[in-house]
Design a protein around this ligand. Sequence first.
Ligand code: GUN
Length: 302
Amino acid sequence: MSDRKIDALGTDPKVIDGKAFAVKLREKIARQVKQLQAERGFTPGLAVVLVGEDPASKVYVRNKGEQTKECGMASFEHKLPATTTQAELLALIDQLNKDPKVNGILCQLPVPQQIDPQAIINAIDPDKDVDGFHVVNAGRLATGGQGLVPCTPYGCLLLLKDRLGDLSGKHAVVIGRSNIVGKPMAQLLLNESCTVTIAHSKTRDLPGEVRRADIVVAAVGRPEMVKGDWIKDGAVVIDVGINRIERDGKGKLVGDVDYASAYPKAGAITPVPGGVGPMTIALLLNNTLIAACRQHGVKLPD
Ligand code: GUN
């Protein structure tokens, strides 16, 4: 890359290192868990439910379980067959809602087609909904209440604040309007007093919208769609996309941003992999810690 700069530590200050940020966050969580165990006598617990055999979901669930245990929390894994009925899954959710050792519940998505994902999400106790997907948590985020915030946009927000400090008055363009990333991301940025534009597949002049942005968050799931000449000089670019493509006969992971052309324009940019991706599980553990402290009526340790 032509204007790539490497500092004395051998890192490029333009590149937002989500992996390193997530490691630090998990170390902090592990310290907080130890403190809760020593001073309050409880261990936060996360239950992860996997229905079926989706290979990518299996990897995610394994990583979530491993990182939960590495942070000193209790991990409860429930693996159910692909033939599980909605009633059977709802019965398990009910049992987990009532279990005081379980402070957070996550049902890995997608679920098999006989199950309505929204019905499952909304059956989880909102105070244990560490995905932040429950309609009550979406409502709390929109109205300024104390809820649980979806992990990926929460991670993006932490990276942005770490880089920019106060976000007030910045023009943010969020590309994508999913309930999991786009909408809560826009809400979080609005709560930080950004001026927020949500762009999507029907947006008339996407390059023009992006060119006005101080902050760009791309969450559309389309490989390398956002081009460098759309990026305002110095803008901070957060790439949520993880797309597997073939290039030169090899499999490769790329984001929703065309990194090679965006890098020279951006003031800072997240790489794929190693940007937003590692933040998601770290924020899931953070949400579990927050949920556990609220359920026990104790303050989050420093
Ligand atoms: N599947 C892919 N990402 C996620 C996530 O963040 N939460 C859940 N529950 N399922 C997912």
